[in-house]
Ligand binder design. Structure first.
Ligand code: FES
Length: 142
């Protein structure tokens, strides 16, 4: 069911683990299946210097989390915010349509961690753009 890239990130996930004293933490759950992702960010000068994640979830969720951490490392917070679950799925060379919703966890986790950082620095949390909800509900609608 999964392609080689997804299997690689599922079997050898990058950046797994907990981070000591992170600058931002996001924890999100998929209400449909109950799977959970936690993401930790180290931020320097508005840029993601380091990132770690822990995901209790299906293969697609683990592969998506792993790929998402690779995509956001070194990015500015604005750039990282713009990474959609579809971009994560594309970087994985595609997910089966019925597993596309699992990649939403990665997008939402990144957003939650960035907003945690913003709140800790007295900034308003950024509103969700609706990407995740759209992708989850719409699947291949774009
Ligand atoms: Fe729960 Fe994939 S089935 S995230």
């Amino acid at each position: 069911m999964y392609n080689e890239t997804v299997m690689d990130h599922f079997m050898n996930p990058r950046n797994v683990g907990e981070m000591k004293d992170p600058d931002g933490v996001g924890e999100v759950g998929n209400p449909t299946c109950g799977d959970i992702m936690k993401i930790f960010l180290r931020i320097r000068d508005d840029r993601i210097e380091d990132v770690k994640f822990m995901t209790f979830g299906c293969g697609a969720a683990i592969a998506s989390s792993s790929m998402a951490t690779e995509l956001i490392r070194g990015k500015t917070l604005d750039e990282a915010w713009e990474i959609t679950n579809r971009a994560v799925a594309e970087a994985l060379q595609g997910l089966p349509p019925q597993k596309l919703h699992c990649s939403v966890l990665a997008e939402e986790g990144i957003h939650a961690a960035i907003n945690d950082y913003r709140k800790k620095h007295g900034l308003e949390p950024r509103p969700e753009t609706g990407h995740a909800a759209h992708e989850e509900a719409g699947g291949d609608a774009e």
